[in-house]
Design a protein around this ligand. Structure first.
Ligand SMILES: C[S@@+](CC[C@H](N)C(=O)[O-])C[C@H]1O[C@@H](n2cnc3c(N)ncnc32)[C@H](O)[C@@H]1O
Length: 253
């Protein structure tokens, strides 16, 4: 099956360990440190790769902004729709591919903040895909807007191999995940088996562990500029050994 079809059924269970509240607090803090974005109802946030809306809920709680939450997977968006159905005044959902679907956004009002979080960028496999993402984001920003995204690095794939294998069960649905990393091409492959009363589904997820230099180069080539690259969830500068990097990017002036 395509990535993020059956997995949508168990996604919230797989992510149970994630402190989304703390993560949103961190993201909004680094936005505030690096950009003049007022928090009011006119502030527009584009959350790319929103998944089932777990982070979107925190954006609703922690800001007054209006939000477009976008994802390429119809199955993930179905869960987001259920989760966010009481918040339609502030959130709208959009289905488009952040590598190839930007035409669908042409003519849209630009955003103050664009977000792409939790390894979404690692799903892009090619330099052309990175260029398409950054060009699409840039076309939807204003000179003062900020784009914040994270990446999982080769160091994360190498250092935390055990963390990428687990299993869980809830309400009669279970999953197991196995994972392998090819350091030669820096490709991380994760196989999910999802067992439901309607059958057993398999999904293969392929992610590229881009280096810090590769991401920085693609940002600059797209006419964007790096304001900060933070190591993990800290305010320290990212280094080659960083396992996760949070990038803060603006349009180059
Ligand atoms: C690891 S999940 C992160 C979801 C959410 N940001 C979170 O933190 O829970 C990655 C998400 O990226 C989406 N995705 C991956 N590649 C995509 C693409 N090319 N275009 C749009 N969405 C994509 C998947 O459908 C999935 O919902």
């Amino acid at each position: 099956m395509n990535a993020y079809s059956a997995l949508a059924l168990v996604y919230d269970m797989v992510m149970d360990h994630v402190d989304y509240e703390g993560w949103a607090d961190y993201i909004l803090h680094i936005v505030e440190l690096n950009a003049e974005v007022d928090d009011h109802a006119k502030t527009r946030i584009l959350e790319l790769g929103c998944g089932t809306g777990l982070f979107t809920v925190e954006l609703l709680e922690q800001t007054s902004a209006t939000i477009v939450a976008a994802d390429g997977s119809a199955s993930m968006l179905e869960w987001a729709e259920k989760r966010l159905k009481e918040d339609k005044k502030r959130v709208s959902l959009a289905q488009f591919d952040f590598e190839s679907g930007w035409d669908s956004q042409s003519g849209a009002e630009p955003f103050d903040i664009v977000l792409l979080l939790y390894d979404c960028i690692n799903y892009i496999q090619t330099p052309e895909g990175l260029s398409a993402l950054f060009a699409g984001v840039k076309a939807n920003m204003k000179p003062e807007s900020v784009f914040v995204f994270d990446q999982s690095t080769p160091a994360n794939s190498i250092n935390n191999a055990a963390f990428f294998e687990d299993e869980g069960e809830q309400d009669g649905i279970s999953y197991s995940r196995k994972s392998s990393f090819d350091p030669g091409v820096r490709v991380h492959t994760t196989q999910f088996e999802i067992a439901t009363p309607d059958g057993v589904f398999h999904e293969n997820h392929v992610q590229k562990a881009w280096t810090r230099e590769e991401i920085q180069g693609a940002i600059q080539t797209a006419g964007l500029t790096v304001i900060k690259a933070y190591d993990g969830f800290s305010l320290d500068e990212a280094i080659d050994e960083s396992e996760r990097i949070h990038w803060v990017v603006k349009v180059a002036q």
